[in-house]
Design a protein around this ligand. Structure first.
Ligand code: HEM
Ligand SMILES: *[C@@H]1O[C@H](CO)[C@@H](O)[C@H](O)[C@H]1NC(C)=O
Ligand SMILES: *[C@@H]1O[C@H](CO)[C@@H](O)[C@H](O)[C@H]1NC(C)=O
Ligand SMILES: *[C@@H]1O[C@H](CO)[C@@H](O)[C@H](O)[C@H]1NC(C)=O
Ligand SMILES: *[C@@H]1O[C@H](CO)[C@@H](O)[C@H](O)[C@H]1NC(C)=O
Ligand SMILES: *[C@@H]1O[C@H](CO)[C@@H](O)[C@H](O)[C@H]1NC(C)=O
Length: 318
């Protein structure tokens, strides 16, 4: 009995150690195993944005859509195979998420330098931060040490990522389910200060919503007819779609949110109105809250320790 319980206690102690030390994310996770990891990612992200400005927005969104589906585990990067269905054809992702080739490029640069060390999930977290910084937004320290999933869940991608037709209470519920507060949700939505959206995602807003600026609605209706042109693009922030600033919130005050969900955050009497106004008047408060919320989002249920794997190719299981 004694040796057994000793083994047992030892195991519990090790499990406890893992929980408090080794298995938590840390900013210096690669400092001895791949000291150049951060600069490799940063250089590749900057090169990709120089080639196409929009890709910074696309990389930021990839991290969001990864984290909201079973945590930040690189699951969104897995391709479908004959025996495996990934998340890429889920409604919020299909014909919409982009940047996979940039992630492949970053991964292959990392594999050359330190094979089998840096996870695909961590690449997404770093690329999101580096994109925001390069486009003029705030910086933050990225916690690292996520491992990659050995599975994906299309059903969860469809149910957990909020739709652009959602109302405020649904948005709050979706974010709360991931441990994110209303303030986190409003700050993270400021991501829509960069990037583009397809006609199909804002059609019902520009024809049916009454809380949209008339001039904006008219000009969008010319681009996005009642039917057809589904993939026609418009800036989520019509003013400065390639610059990470607080124009997103300024637009909301004027009824110029592009998505129905954007305008849900400000309607003159919604519970989030005051936060939107705060971010309009105080851009550095927005930057601070955004950075904090990104770290929080990046901490959603990571795989650590010996869970999952470090994929060699982000698109497939080892
Ligand atoms: C609050 C709930 C959210 C909803 C309903 C939502 C919905 C959408 C939709 C419909 C698009 C356009 C996609 C397309 O037309 O292909 C989009 C784009 C985008 N979203 Fe969100 N989003 C939300 C929150 C977030 C968050 C939390 C982030 C990042 C932390 C984010 C980052 C982005 C970016 C950067 C783009 C532009 C991507 C590009 O140009 O490739 N969104 N979002
Ligand atoms: C995804 O998009 C493709 C190409 O447009 C389309 O054929 C397919 O039906 C879509 N899948 C889903 C699940 O919507
Ligand atoms: C996938 O996600 C759905 C919805 O969250 C859940 O009901 C289901 O159990 C998950 N499937 C697997 C295999 O984990
Ligand atoms: C928000 O949308 C959900 C789902 O469509 C609906 O059940 C709920 O009644 C709506 N809430 C408000 C306040 O409109
Ligand atoms: C506007 O709303 C109605 C009723 O919900 C819907 O049937 C129609 O498709 C919507 N129009 C557009 C352009 O989305
Ligand atoms: C504004 O949004 C709140 C919360 O979703 C809702 O209760 C209220 O009816 C909306 N007011 C207007 C004027 O649309």
């Amino acid at each position: 009995m004694a040796p057994y319980s000793l083994v047992c206690r030892t195991l519990i102690i090790f499990a406890g150690l893992c929980a408090v030390a080794q298995c938590k994310l840390s900013s210096n996770h690669y400092s001895s195993t791949c000291p150049e990891a951060l600069s490799i990612v940063n250089n590749a992200v900057i090169a990709a944005i120089k080639k196409e400005t929009r890709i910074g927005a696309s990389l930021l969104r990839l991290h969001f859509h990864d984290c909201f589906v079973n945590g930040c585990d690189g699951s969104i990067l897995l391709d479908d195979t004959a025996s495996f269905t990934g998340e890429k054809t889920a409604v919020p992702n299909n014909n919409s998420v982009r940047g996979f080739d940039v992630v492949d490029d970053i991964k292959s640069r990392l594999e050359k330098k330190c094979p089998g060390v840096v996870s695909c999930a961590d690449i997404l977290a770093l690329a999101a931060r580096d994109s925001v910084v390069y486009l003029g937004g705030p910086s933050w320290t990225v916690e690292l040490g996520r491992r990659d999933s050995i599975t994906a869940n299309l059903t969860a991608a469809n149910s957990d990522i909020p739709a652009p037709t959602s109302n405020l209470s649904v948005l709050e519920t979706r974010f709360a389910a991931k441990g994110l507060s209303v303030k986190d949700m409003v700050a993270l939505s400021g991501s829509h200060t960069i990037g583009l959206a397809r006609c199909t995602t804002f059609r019902s807003r520009i024809y049916n919503d009454s809380n949209i600026d008339g001039t904006l609605a008219m000009s969008l209706q010319r681009k996005c007819p009642r039917s057809g042109n589904d993939n026609k693009l418009a800036g989520l922030d019509a003013q400065t779609p390639t610059y990470f600033d607080n124009y997103y919130y300024k637009n909301l005050l004027k009824g110029k949110g592009l998505l129905h969900t954007d305008q849900e955050l400000f309607n003159g009497s919604s519970s989030t109105d005051s936060l939107v106004k705060k971010y309009v008047g105080n851009p550095s408060k927005f930057f601070k809250d955004f950075a904090k919320a990104m770290v929080k989002m990046g901490n959603i249920s990571p795989l650590t320790g010996s869970e999952g794997e470090i994929r060699f190719n982000c698109r497939e299981l080892n």
